[in-house]
Design a protein around this ligand. Structure first.
Ligand code: DGL
Length: 270
């Protein structure tokens, strides 16, 4: 049985890539809801409906555990799904908490009271829906005190990446970083709070400058998934093969995915 990895589009491949490096023998089913991307400009109800439909498809493909490799779905839909929708024998996990644990120097499941941490000024780059949910600030407040967060909603970046227009994506990254710096001139850390943004990580780092530590989720989520499966091996199951499903045009999505991961990726219709 494969582990499911979900994203609205191609961004979750940045997580899948790191997870596959960490767990080379583990099969995955990747689901890109390309026909409905981007999610970041949708309402929370809409994101919930689309995410539950996609995760159900991954359950139907044999997955018991699904990672929402999408911050927008993690922020806008995950809690509601966990509270009333996920069947008892299945698990759906997000990408937010592992990132915040890394930022606040915590081990998995450390639920001790919030404390002072090294980072003081954090820039959050995310989709409009993730920023307006304030889920990042809420999860951070459970774990850390005295951290100032300035969020920048990066409109247009996901669309540009999905279209493969990297020149537009780069220009948008620069203007969003400039907008953030007008609000917070000297962040000490920057969080790429959308799984599409690691595809532009060099551009974010260049615009932010070398003194800003940039956090992206791939390696952090890979380590956290490896740890989870070591504790709950029954959630990974056995057998199965890695598959890539999309609600979009498989040929178009395969070409972009192959370009981004620099290896052949073949999507099939979901
Ligand atoms: N990769 C998704 C995320 O992490 C992008 C959301 C979108 O489709 O706008 O938020």
């Amino acid at each position: 049985m494969a582990v499911g990895i979900f994203d609205s589009g191609l961004g979750g491949l940045t997580v899948l890539d790191k997870v596959q490096q960490k767990l080379p023998d583990q099969p995955f089913v990747y689901f890109a809801d390309s026909a409905n991307a981007p999610y970041g400009v949708r309402t929370a109800d809409d994101i919930y409906d689309l995410t539950t439909a996609a995760v159900q498809r991954l359950f139907d493909a044999g997955c018991k555990l699904v990672i929402l490799a999408c911050n927008t779905a993690s922020a806008a839909a995950l809690r509601r799904m966990q509270e009333g929708w996920v069947p008892r024998d299945k698990r759906v996990l997000g990408v937010f908490v592992p990132l915040i644990e890394a930022l606040t120097e915590r081990q998995w499941g450390d639920n001790s009271p919030p404390r002072e941490v090294a980072v003081k000024h954090v820039a959050l780059f995310a989709t409009p829906a993730t920023v307006s949910s304030r889920a990042f600030q809420r999860e951070l407040a459970f774990r850390a005190i005295g951290v100032d967060v300035e969020a920048q909603a990066c409109g247009g970046v996901v669309d540009a990446i999905e279209e493969g227009d990297m020149i537009l994506a780069e220009a948008l990254v620069q203007s969003h970083v400039e907008a953030l710096k007008r609000k917070m001139p000297k962040p000490d850390a920057a969080v790429l709070g959308c799984t599409h943004y690691p595809l532009m990580e060099a551009e974010f780092q260049a615009a932010l400058g070398p003194d800003v530590q940039v956090y992206s989720q791939g390696n952090i989520v890979a380590a956290s998934l490896a740890d989870y499966l070591a504790r709950r091996p029954e959630m990974a199951g056995e057998g199965g093969e890695t598959r890539y499903l999309t609600t979009g045009d498989p040929r178009h999505v395969s070409a972009r995915a192959t370009q981004f991961l620099r290896r052949k990726i073949t999507f099939e219709a979901a």
